[in-house]
Structures are given as C-alpha cells and as structure tokens.
Design a protein around this ligand. Structure first.
Ligand SMILES: [Zn+2]
Length: 76
C-alpha cells in the first residue's frame, strides 16, 4: 500500500477498498487514464491527446456509502 491509502472514507468514515478505473474501449481492457487539460474533440480519434500528460487512475471505494476517491499519481 502507498502513502496515499485512506483507511477510512472521507465522507462517512467507512472502510475503503482498493480498485482502479477501467477503460474497456474497443474490447481492450486497460486502466483508465487521467488526461491533462480540457477535452478537445478530434474527427479522427474522438479526442485530441497529442502532447498531453496521461496518468493511470487508481480508485478507492467506500464499502458503506460508495464514495470514490481517485488518484492519478506521477509515474516516476
Ligand atoms: Zn463512505
């Protein structure tokens, strides 16, 4: 576990479980990504992503109220 791990839900104090955002586009399963900046549409690829920073999303879920806490950590 990392230092970002919360034992207790920020909303209700319930127990948090580890997970991640899933990206299942085109039948390929990948971890969801945080992308820098506002979304810009592209007629070719759906969204323009060239030159943007992308980080994998880790998601922690409260087992009591369902609150999600998302992290997109710098990968260094
Ligand atoms: Zn909660």
């Amino acid at each position: 576990m990392s230092e970002f791990w919360y034992k207790a839900c920020l909303r209700c104090g319930g127990e948090m479980e580890e997970g991640f955002a899933l990206d299942e586009a085109h039948g390929e399963k990948k971890q969801g990504q945080w992308v820098e900046g506002a979304p810009t549409k592209s007629i070719w690829t759906g969204l323009k992503l060239k030159g943007r920073r992308k980080l994998s999303i880790d998601a922690y879920r409260c087992t009591d109220c369902g609150f999600l806490d998302l992290f997109a950590r710098d990968e260094d």
